[in-house]
Ligand binder design. Structure first.
Ligand code: GUN
Length: 295
């Protein structure tokens, strides 16, 4: 039997419609327009396409939206000054610095310079710590999107065995921390696997929910998946180019194989990707409300 496809495109659209109403309401009732700045350093093609999509979505939602492009050789101190300017700008509620940054810039130093109240990526240690103790202000966007995909597709999370493949600070560790919380949409038993895990398959086969953020194409095959599992594929690997010059994307899961074992699965593209952008928008609206002392 073929798995149900969990469409990130559809669920993201639903959330964006809810957000659009929220943004209109904020404008009408409180004269507040959520403001987002995206800072892009250099011209990494994947980063350019992510930032362009973030900008487009924020404009579609009616945000005050600024794209700040910087040369790849910008000095770290100048980037820090730029962030300081946006930290003080009352029209800007969310600051996003697209990663990765060029090697001469200390990524952590830059992320830690963002005001935690404007950290709509949820990467600042204050926000990471808050998430850990169940007092989150901003959930990181990709894990937040994954949790919404699970909730809105009707997947039972409470009591489920969740296996996460990958331990990055952006996806693996935060999604594990979110799903283990004593909260609605969580209360799972969570295992994190990584490159040094012995016999990965013994773990992945236990997962009622398998979340794969390994960063390697087709690294999860059907023999590694529990029959009936819900599989979330976070991987976006550029494996080639079409003759028209469009990137060919491949997930971390062997979709064609695994769709016959899983009960539900996210596609690549159209799964987690659109959710990440949408949750960034939701975080920005939240930041705008927080700044105004609303909600
Ligand atoms: N690069 C890849 N994913 C992300 C993300 O979620 N936020 C930022 N700022 N950069 C990224």
């Amino acid at each position: 039997m073929s798995a149900k496809i969990i469409s990130g495109n559809e669920i993201a659209k639903q959330i964006r419609e809810e957000l659009k109403a929220d943004v209109e309401n904020l404008q009408k009732k409180h004269n507040i327009q959520p403001g987002l700045v995206t800072i892009l350093v250099g011209g990494n093609p994947a980063s350019v396409s992510y930032v362009t999509a973030k900008q487009k979505t924020s404009k579609d939602l009616g945000f005050y939206s600024i794209q700040n492009d910087q040369q790849a050789d910008i000095a770290e101190s100048d980037l820090l000054k730029l962030i300081s300017t946006y930290n003080k700008d009352p029209k800007i509620h969310g600051i996003l610095v697209q990663l990765p940054l060029p090697k001469h810039i200390n990524e952590n130093k830059v992320l830690y310079a963002i005001d935690p109240d404007k950290d709509v990526d949820g990467f600042h240690p204050v926000n990471v710590g808050r998430l850990m103790i169940g007092e989150a202000r901003f959930y990181p966007c990709t894990p937040y999107g994954i949790q919404q995909l699970l909730i809105r597709s009707g997947t039972k999370i409470e009591g489920a065995e969740v296996v996460v493949v990958g331990r990055s600070n952006i996806v693996g560790k935060p999604i594990a921390m979110m799903l283990v919380q004593k909260k609605d949409g969580a209360n799972a038993t969570v295992t994190i696997c990584h490159t040094k895990t012995k016999d990965m398959k013994t773990h992945t086969l236990r997962g009622d929910i398998l979340i794969v953020a390994a960063g390697a194409p087709k690294s999860v095959t059907a023999d590694m998946v529990k029959p009936g599992a819900v599989v979330i594929d976070v991987g976006v690997n550029r494996v080639g180019m079409t003759p028209e010059g469009k990137a060919i994307l491949q997930g971390d899961v062997d979709f064609e194989e695994v769709k016959d074992t899983a009960s539900a699965i996210t596609p690549v593209p159209g799964g987690v990707g659109p959710m990440t952008i949408t949750m960034l928008m939701l975080n920005t609206v939240r930041a705008a409300k927080m700044a105004a002392g609303i909600g």
